[in-house]
Design a protein around this ligand. Structure first.
Ligand SMILES: NC(=O)c1ccc[n+]([C@@H]2O[C@H](COP(=O)([O-])OP(=O)(O)OC[C@H]3O[C@@H](n4cnc5c(N)ncnc54)[C@H](O)[C@@H]3O)[C@@H](O)[C@H]2O)c1
Length: 275
């Protein structure tokens, strides 16, 4: 099947000012796609727009828009703006993230904000854009950004973990809905990056660069893969497989939750060989 990542097709990327979103927007533009880069404010987005326009055959193919993904009315306005400028959307990448509320007893406001941006932002993106994608009758791709933290649930950032676990559930249900609906040529995918240098963080050895996530993501989506688990410089695909299966085993083997970090299961985890 012809790739949806092709000249003239339209992509919307949220959280596109920095990190993986910016790298994806750059790649889409370099393929001749028309790209809408969305972020909360113009800080960083203006620079990112110039960077991405530099990759586009025509700078008018790239637009930047300020929108808060946590606000459905802003997402509807965004949809109308993209439709007005570029027409129907072919690729929706729900990528925006906030990292507020990392501590278990952090402000309740921060927990609400984390859920509003990280989870509701994805649901809003889908509800704003996907009905038109289905109605177009054309192939399309929805990329939702998950995390290994939404699967293995490590201690440290519970609200982030819960939003990413919910995105996994939501995206699985979405893909089932699309596959059995009016236009199964629109497909949803859960991209699960490893440790990647995003934001304005200093790149450390062992982390992947955002471009490496994009390199992994595009051919895997073209191949029809749903779960796209990225390794990084420290964690191999085999290590991810072991960790995910161990985590599922907390339920099936009646271990305590988060047993990998429990202290009482270190030897059992080391000896665990899923094969
Ligand atoms: N970087 C990693 O190691 C890593 C690992 C696993 C998963 N992920 C996921 O990949 C995605 C990208 O991560 P990253 O590290 O490249 O992100 P990043 O921090 O580099 O960029 C996130 C962008 O989202 C924007 N944003 C924040 N709140 C917003 C809002 N309400 N509306 C619109 N935009 C908003 C920010 O301004 C920023 O530009 C995220 O969903 C993240 O959870 C990243």
């Amino acid at each position: 099947m012809e790739s949806v990542f092709k000249e003239g097709n339209v992509a919307v990327v949220t959280g596109a000012a920095l990190g993986i979103g910016r790298a994806a927007a750059h790649r889409f533009a370099s393929l001749g796609m028309r790209v809408c880069m969305v972020d909360l404010t113009s800080d960083d987005l203006d620079d990112a727009l110039s960077y991405v326009q530099g990759a586009a055959p025509d700078p008018d193919n790239v637009m930047a828009a300020n929108a808060d993904v946590a606000d459905m009315s802003q997402m509807r306005k965004l949809r109308d703006a993209v439709k007005g400028r570029f027409g129907p959307v072919d690729v929706l990448m729900n990528n925006a993230v906030t990292r507020v509320g990392a501590g278990f007893w952090d402000d309740l406001e921060d927990w609400h904000r984390a859920v509003d941006v990280n989870l509701w932002g994805v649901i809003h993106g889908v509800r704003a854009f996907v009905p038109d994608m289905i109605a177009s009758g054309k192939p399309g791709v929805v990329i939702n950004m998950g995390s290994k933290q939404g699967i293995t649930n490590p201690p440290g950032n519970s609200v982030y973990n819960l939003t990413k676990a919910a995105i996994k559930s939501f995206t699985e249900s979405l893909q089932h809905h699309l596959r059995t609906g009016d236009n199964p040529a629109v497909t949803a995918h859960l991209v699960i990056p490893g440790w990647t240098t995003g934001g304005k963080r200093e790149h450390k050895p062992g982390a992947w660069l955002p471009d490496q996530v994009v390199d992994e993501m595009l051919p895997r989506i073209e191949n029809g893969d749903f779960y796209i688990v990225c390794p990084d410089g420290e964690v191999t695909r085999e290590m991810d497989r072991t960790r995910i299966l161990w985590s599922a085993g907390d339920i099936t083997e009646n271990r305590p939750p988060l047993s990998r970090w429990h202290g009482g299961f270190d030897d059992a985890f080391k000896a665990f060989d899923p094969d």
